[in-house]
Design a binder for this molecule. Structure first.
Ligand code: CP
Ligand code: NVA
Length: 309
């Protein structure tokens, strides 16, 4: 495995995570600040699931850093016909300088990284979504000039929720995760965070949102769960982020959603389109944070400090 691979947020400590977010903030004002660190570098984007934000923001980030991207969807690759990921990794090693991968099982990502001599960046698995949380942190930092406000995530105990918990444990912000019974994060995961008393897991959405500054949700039906749609809609019905639920938050609270959003399910139209919503800024921040991440991997400038902790 290449030591610069980015599979989850735990490669960061608190200082290095803050540092990358502050660099991203600068990039949001000065888009070409970092030069062409990816000059003559080609990055493969393996996407076995759909994507709008992650795919486009990575492609733009790679190009703006002077590199080129090759998009490889499920239908383009022999993976779609059963070629093992470890063989794909060893073939791509000879062609490209990095791989951004969106896969189903997290084990496949670990296998890909294990057999890759080039850096592998996690673009979402069923288990986690660390590059999303970089953009979320930037959005909160830009709004409040600190990360240390109360965050409430209301919804499925899924990939986004896991990466949020990781971020909270690294930076030390208060985080409530409120999920319906049967959709909580698994006990084994929660056990790892038992000693972090500022991270709370509950079934009570009102308790989670009370006096929070950041209200966050995600789809109730993640990619790969389409067959459970009807049951999930019924089981999650009391967890919509509506104006009523939002009224328990602080007056200056903001609404975040990684998108795509399903109006009338996990969030009401009124909240998504309302004046406290920052979802499009959050989506735009994907570009700045991914550029900072790529730059830190390929420039070597931050690698000793951040990625090889
Ligand atoms: N939030 C996010 O990762 O969006 P995409 O699925 O469109 O990439
Ligand atoms: N939890 C969602 C996130 C989409 C960006 C999914 O995995 O489909």
């Amino acid at each position: 495995m290449n030591k610069k691979s980015f599979l989850d947020l735990t490669v960061f400590d608190s200082n290095s995570l803050r540092e990358i977010i502050k660099l991203s903030d600068k990039l949001s004002r000065e888009r070409f600040l970092l030069g062409d660190v990816l000059k003559q570098k080609i990055i493969a984007l393996i996407f076995l699931k759909h994507s709008t934000r992650t795919r486009v923001s990575f492609e733009v980030a790679i190009r703006e850093l002077g590199g080129s991207a090759i998009f490889l969807g499920r239908d383009e690759l022999q993976i779609g016909r059963g070629e093992p990921i470890k063989d794909t990794a060893r073939v791509l090693n000879g062609y490209v300088h990095g791989i951004v991968a969106r896969l189903y099982g997290h084990d496949s990502l670990i296998e890909l990284a294990k057999y890759s001599s080039v850096p592998v960046i996690n673009a979402l698995t069923d288990y986690n979504h660390p590059v999303q949380i970089l953009a979320d942190l930037l959005t909160v930092y830009q709004e409040f000039k600190t990360f240390k406000v109360k965050w409430a995530y209301v919804g499925d105990g899924n990939n986004v929720a896991r990466s949020l918990v990781e971020a909270a444990s690294i930076i030390g912000f208060e985080l409530y995760i409120a999920s319906p019974q049967g959709y909580e994060l698994e006990d084994e995961f929660k056990e790892k965070y038992r000693n972090f008393d500022f991270i709370k897991f509950t079934n009570d959405p009102i308790l989670s949102v009370k006096d929070a500054s950041v209200i966050y949700t995600d789809t109730w039906i993640s990619m790969g769960q389409e067959e459970e749609k009807e049951k999930r809609i019924s089981d999650f019905k009391n967890y919509m982020v509506s104006s009523q639920l939002f009224s328990y938050a602080k007056d200056d609270a903001i609404f975040l959603h990684c998108l795509p959003a399903y109006r009338g399910l996990e969030v009401s139209e009124e909240i998504l389109e309302g004046e406290r919503s920052r979802v499009f800024k959050q989506a735009h921040n994907r570009l700045h944070t991914e550029k900072a991440l790529l730059w830190s991997i390929y420039s070597g400038y931050l690698s000793d400090k951040i990625l090889l902790k």
